[in-house]
Design a protein around this ligand. Structure first.
Ligand code: HSE
Length: 293
């Protein structure tokens, strides 16, 4: 029996569309056990208890790479990462399945090989990279091969996630984006990504605030997030100016050094129409972990 622990992730981080990502101390756990025959899935809603399950499909993909046929498998899950909220739950499922197969079948896939497979299954690398390597990552794809690099991040920075009671679809959130962008907007974003990475390392809140701005995706996606303007206004009033859409949303993330920030926004957030969970999170620096039980 093996257990994989995979962290939540927040992708894009303002200007770093499809590039930047960060692992957070919020985890899903997946336990895998060989059984005689068939598939048993526990710990998730009934609609996911079948062969279409993303953890299972990712497990099978890794098993195929190892030349193993999956005859009987039991998967038990402890899910803490909210689904379809822009916190990397699908990346965690994929990483869980891929790492689980490699560990259960005593495979020899390296972390980098599993990374390649996981990115192929997910389609883009910005959540998978921090989920596997931990910390703050920048990713790119060259000739269909993904590469990730880690950056240091100040441990004084905390991430306050505002997680609503509604979902958004990444597919819809990508469809809404323009096909081409203005040259000046490209410069606006790439200058900010470069500055942001250093500012996140030093923890310079003023530079983080300026460098978090972006012109590639958030202005379009705001329309898919109910109460986006109201939430931003409450955060600003509560003292945060470092706000971004986590991944493709709808979670709204604040970067702050103020432990009391959740208290400052609690009342304002509670007056909104939707229910928004306020969750303070720290950076996970380890990435996915495997235990042999
Ligand atoms: N970079 C992706 C996007 C993350 O913003 O569409 C979503 O998984």
């Amino acid at each position: 029996m093996v257990k994989v622990t995979a962290p939540a992730t927040t992708a894009n981080i303002g200007p770093g569309f499809d590039t930047l990502g960060l692992a957070l101390k919020l985890y899903n756990e997946y336990t895998f056990e060989e059984i005689d025959k068939g598939l048993i899935i526990e710990g998730c809603p009934d609609i996911y208890k079948n062969k279409k399950n993303l953890v299972y499909r990712s497990f099978v993909a890794a098993a195929e790479k190892l030349g193993k046929k999956v005859d009987g498998l039991k998967i038990s899950m402890k899910l803490n990462i909210p689904v379809s909220r822009g916190l990397g739950s699908s990346s965690a499922c994929i990483v869980g399945g891929v790492f689980g197969a490699n560990a259960l079948y005593k495979g020899r896939l390296t972390r980098d090989e599993m990374y390649e497979l996981a990115v192929m299954l997910e389609g883009h690398p910005d959540n998978i990279s921090p989920c596997i390597y931990g910390g703050l990552t920048a990713s790119l794809i060259e000739n269909e091969k993904p590469y990730a690099i880690r950056y240091d991040i100040s441990n004084k920075l905390k991430f306050c996630a505002l997680i609503p009671d509604f979902k958004t679809s990444t597919h819809e959130a990508r469809k809404i984006l323009p096909k081409t962008i203005d040259f000046q907007d490209a410069v606006f974003n790439l200058s900010r990504v470069a500055v942001l990475l250093k500012a996140l390392e030093t923890g310079d809140m003023e530079m983080i605030r300026i460098a978090l701005k972006d012109k590639l995706h958030q202005q379009y996606r705001g329309s898919l997030i109910h109460e986006w303007d109201e939430v931003k206004a409450i955060c600003v009033k509560g003292g945060s100016q470092a706000i971004f859409i986590s991944g493709s949303g709808p979670t709204i993330m604040n970067i702050t050094k103020d432990e009391r920030f959740p208290v400052r926004i609690k009342e304002g957030m509670s007056r909104l129409k939707h229910n928004w969970e306020i969750k303070m999170l720290e950076t996970d620096n380890t990435g996915a972990k495997v235990e042999i039980l």
